[in-house]
Design a protein around this ligand. Structure first.
Ligand SMILES: [Zn+2]
Length: 826
């Protein structure tokens, strides 16, 4: 009595419903057959044989089997061996005298142990694109160029299409007739395979029922069938149907073609020269139990698989065109008793797409598939698909903040409200020289998943502190310390750091010299990383600082980026065009220098930065600060612990209260803060802080408009309004109101250009295969509302935000989903 069928009816039902969904949602076009002891449990076709004629598939439609063809080629070799026409250990050269390798045998070809290189590269290198490849031409190419084998025959196992083409040529020679004739006489006619044939160039017309390959691209079906390699036979190019393949499968349990003993060889793992075995026989893959035999076949337009469980006598045949691997994975999961992973689709329709490349907006739809963008274009909804109506708004890639200080606050606000409410979906941290080790970041993100993606640079100051000691960084690093820093840098690069970030204006890095930075930058460059810098001065020594970053780019040969580019010195206001010309010159000389910029003319820091020489009691320096480094009338104290009543007052207002000049007041404020610090060593938070108005809007506008500037916030949770409003401020004030840049250009600067500047691969653009980080916004109303007085006011006009295909922001609120990734350097 035969064993009972082990596939349950419920599994077949799931199989059918899954394939139905996959077909309805354009993820499957093909034929599936499941049999038990030759009895069909499931047999069904979905879709078209020919996209040009709409001819439907039937179970007799013949698909290009691609590599599933190899089992037929191997069978012909076995039949010739049985007839004494060849021997497995015969040298190939005996049959093909032009073959330039002495020791390769037929067995090596059958088992992928010949060491022959794949033929694709050889053909591309030596034959023009209009030349159709045939078996004879391939042999000529091998004879002419004799490409170096990948290994000695029998030393290793390496899947090899070249070998099976040669095998087909050997078969023709041994059988003394065209292979298609031998195939017909010996296999298809005896077994009654009516839909199975070898495709050859000589065929005047395609046999009826031939399936034509296609692919789906942005909602369209595009022909994707035989190409110029397809004059060859052996590695593929046998066509067959599911009906025929079941007959073939059943014949392999009998002795209709060869004896059981011969058949067994096809199912025996190949033994290498060193005695180990590899799970491949003659044209079949063999699983670890030795009982499940299978082969896949993928070639332009086609994706197939046959699986034969010889113990349970169950057979699964999947033939498809215009399909990716998902149906195959689902079928195998279902038959193994597991839940299939059907991709989740979402169609976002009725939008103006600004794709992040700088291209003009266009009306279309975008389809997401799990966490990626699947397609864009004129798309219609599939049955059962989630549809989001974009209401005619702009859909853009989620914004990438190339200079963010938000990471610390994400632990308390994993929804990332400050960021997603302005459309930001990825932040880049590790800026101004301070970073966490990547292991730490990944651990933090694992413990508290967040809504947005995070990438990091490796901080120069952090490397100094680690190697030189936290208390000993106000000096030049010793050569051996630089070597230690380089080792740490390399390790972080290997873990996916974007590159080296410095904060040379800050005390803890200020004492480094240029050669230390260049050495670290060279290590970074060797790993394909980049350099980003809060340069050594943004005011009194701006020229030297710009020169330094250009030199670093030149000497270390890596892309360099100026963080939050600005001119913070009054007598240099209006100098932005000159500075940009200097940067353009550097670019023309081969230095890939770029910048990021936040859209405000005031910074936030400590009062002490107003004394670049750190001479806080010098009346002359105070006078210089008041005249050149900030505007006392427009610069409020954020908070001031020694005199809380001064908080939120401008320096000019405080001076009036104190009946002093602003310079006198400035000196007093620093002295009183120092005294306060000494008396209150345990005081939590900053003693003082100032919002320094020190830039000029025309300069800012020049910087924003420079083609090599991307947008950043330099923000965090509160304090400076840029933490909540930088990106929406660009869209509202500088695009809509002041028309400094076009909407498409602004989006490019927030997305595609930022990704390019950072070395981030598959984000920043809306195109098939890119991660689905998206923002839907209304360009007519988008606006920042964060101010110095209310730095955490939320922007308007940002309607929905997705990160990795999940909705994270809607109706001015975070959604409680935390799909953020840690992004590594591409
Ligand atoms: Zn900075």
């Amino acid at each position: 009595m035969p064993a009972l069928a082990q596939i349950k009816p419920a599994q077949i039902q799931t199989l059918d419903s899954t394939l139905t969904i996959l077909h309805q949602q354009a993820m499957f076009n093909g034929a599936v057959l499941v049999a038990d002891h030759g009895k069909v449990l499931y047999k069904k076709t979905f879709g078209k044989a020919n996209i040009a004629t709409n001819e439907p598939l039937t179970t007799r439609s013949a698909f290009n089997l691609a590599s599933v063809s190899k089992q037929f080629i191997a069978m012909m070799a076995m039949m010739l061996e049985k007839k004494g026409k060849l021997h497995y250990d015969d040298r190939v050269k005996q049959y093909l005298p032009a073959f330039p390798y002495e020791t390769i045998t037929i067995r090596h070809l059958l088992t992928h142990t010949s060491g022959l290189p794949e033929y694709f590269d050889l053909v591309l290198a030596h034959r023009n694109t209009l030349d159709t490849l045939t078996n004879t031409k391939l042999l000529q190419l091998l004879a002419e160029f004799k490409p170096k084998p990948n290994f000695e025959p029998g030393e290793r196992w390496e899947y090899c299409n070249t070998g099976y083409i040669l095998l087909a040529s050997v078969i023709e020679k041994a059988a003394n007739m065209p292979i298609e004739t031998f195939f017909k006489q010996q296999i298809t006619e005896p077994l009654g395979l009516k839909d199975t044939y070898i495709y050859t160039l000589e065929m005047q017309q395609s046999p009826a029922g031939r399936v034509f390959g296609f692919r789906r691209e942005n909602g369209l079906e595009i022909p994707n069938d035989l190409m110029r390699f397809d004059g060859v036979v052996g590695d593929g190019n046998i066509y067959s149907s599911v009906d025929d393949l079941l007959k073939w499968d059943q014949a392999l349990y009998t002795e209709k073609l060869v004896s059981a003993k011969t058949m067994k060889l096809a199912f025996t793992p190949v033994k290498l020269n060193n005695g180990t075995t590899q799970p491949y026989g003659f044209g079949w893959r063999i699983d670890s139990t030795g009982q499940v035999l299978s082969h896949t076949g993928g070639w332009v337009g086609f994706l197939n698989e046959i699986v034969r469980d010889t113990k349970k006598q169950q057979t699964t045949i999947i033939l498809s065109s215009g399909t990716d691997g998902v149906a195959r994975n689902c079928i195998k999961a279902i038959l193994a008793g597991k839940k299939p992973e059907i991709p989740k689709l979402e169609l976002i329709s009725n939008i103006r797409l600004i794709d992040g490349t700088g291209s003009p907006a266009r009306a279309c739809s975008v389809r997401l598939r799990d966490n990626k963008v699947w397609e864009t274009g004129a798309l219609t909804a599939f049955p059962g698909e989630t549809v989001t109506d974009g209401g005619g708004r702009v859909l853009a890639p989620g914004f990438i903040d190339s200079h963010s200080h938000h990471f610390g606050g994400l632990q308390d606000s994993p929804g990332g409200l400050a960021l997603v409410s302005q459309g930001v979906t990825s932040i880049v941290i590790g800026q101004d020289g301070n970073s966490y080790p990547i292991d730490t970041i990944e651990r933090i993100l694992q413990k508290t998943p967040v809504a947005i993606n995070v990438a990091t640079y490796t901080g120069h100051t952090t490397l100094r502190e680690t190697v030189m000691g936290e208390g000993d960084v106000l000096r030049i690093a010793k050569p051996e310390e630089v070597v230690q820093m380089q080792i740490l840098m390399k390790a972080e690069m290997d873990k996916g750091s974007l590159g080296l970030a410095t904060g040379l204006e800050y005390e803890r890095a200020f004492y480094s010299n240029r050669s230390e930075v260049v050495d670290l930058a060279k290590t970074t460059a060797a790993s394909g990383g980049r350099y980003i810098s809060h340069i050594r001065s943004e005011d009194v020594s701006l020229d030297e600082a710009i020169d330094e970053i250009i030199q670093i780019g030149k000497e270390a040969k890596l892309p360099v980026q100026i963080s939050h580019i600005k001119i913070a010195k009054r007598d240099r206001w209006g100098y932005a065009p000159t500075l940009l010309a200097q940067l353009e010159n550097a670019r023309a000389s081969g230095v890939d220098i770029t910048a990021d910029c936040y859209p405000y003319d005031f910074w936030r820091s400590t009062l002490r930065v107003l004394f670049p020489n750190r001479d806080y009691t010098s009346p002359a320096s105070a006078e210089f600060a008041v005249n050149q480094l900030f505007d006392p009338e427009k610069s409020p104290l954020l908070h001031y612990a020694p005199h809380p009543e001064y908080s939120d007052k401008t320096v000019l207002e405080v001076a009036a209260m104190r009946k002093e000049t602003p310079a006198q007041t400035l000196m007093y404020l620093i002295a009183a803060a120092s005294e306060f610090d000494e008396k209150h060593p345990d005081y939590q938070g900053n003693t003082e802080g100032i919002m320094g108005k020190s830039m000029d809007e025309p300069d800012l506008e020049s910087f924003l408009a420079w083609p090599h500037t991307n947008i950043c916030s330099d923000g965090s949770w509160g304090g400076h309004p840029r933490g909540y409003g930088a990106f929406t401020r660009v869209l509202g004030r500088y695009v809509r109101e002041r028309k400094i840049i076009s909407l498409e250009s602004a989006v490019f600067k927030m997305t595609g250009l930022a990704a390019e500047h950072l070395g981030i691969g598959d984000r920043g653009i809306i195109a098939p295969g890119y991660h689905a980080d998206l923002v839907l916004f209304d360009p007519a109303t988008v606006q920042d509302h964060a101010t110095i007085q209310q730095p955490d006011a939320i922007s308007s006009g940002i309607e929905k935000v997705w990160v990795n295909g999940k909705l994270v922001f809607e109706n001015q609120k975070t959604t409680g989903q935390f799909p953020g990734f840690f992004i590594k350097r591409k």
